[in-house]
Design a protein around this ligand. Structure first.
Ligand code: FES
Length: 124
């Protein structure tokens, strides 16, 4: 059902955990299953220098969010905002169609965190 890459990410996520003094946090719920995803960002000079996630989600949600974190660490806020679920799923070596909605949970939390960061740093 899941690719080996997905299962490895799920077993040993590199970015799982909480972050103290994050510059931005994004939290979303999955309306289909009720799971929750929270993403923490550290940003310096518009670049994401660190990222962590915390979730009550499933294998697909954990693996895809861990992949998202790896793909955007070191990228600018705007580059990270352009990441698509298609790119994430491709990097994981595909995902069962019924789990695609789980794979967007991390992406939605990321977009929420970026939106919050931009609001906080909006120049008046
Ligand atoms: Fe809830 Fe996958 S079943 S995130």
């Amino acid at each position: 059902m899941y690719s080996e890459k997905t299962l490895n990410r799920f077993r040993k996520p590199k970015f799982s955990g909480e972050m103290k003094k994050a510059d931005a946090v994004g939290e979303v719920g999955n309306f289909k299953c009720g799971d929750i995803m929270r993403i923490y960002l550290k940003v310096k000079n518009n670049i994401i220098t660190d990222i962590k996630f915390k979730t009550y989600g499933c294998v697909a949600a954990i693996a895809s969010t861990d992949m998202i974190c790896e793909l955007i660490k070191g990228k600018t806020i705007d580059e990270a905002n352009k990441l698509t679920s298609k790119e994430v799923v491709k990097k994981l070596g595909d995902m069962p169609a019924v789990k695609i909605h789980c794979s967007v949970l991390g992406l939605n939390a990321l977009k929420e965190a970026i939106g919050n960061y931009k609001k906080k740093h909006k120049k008046n």
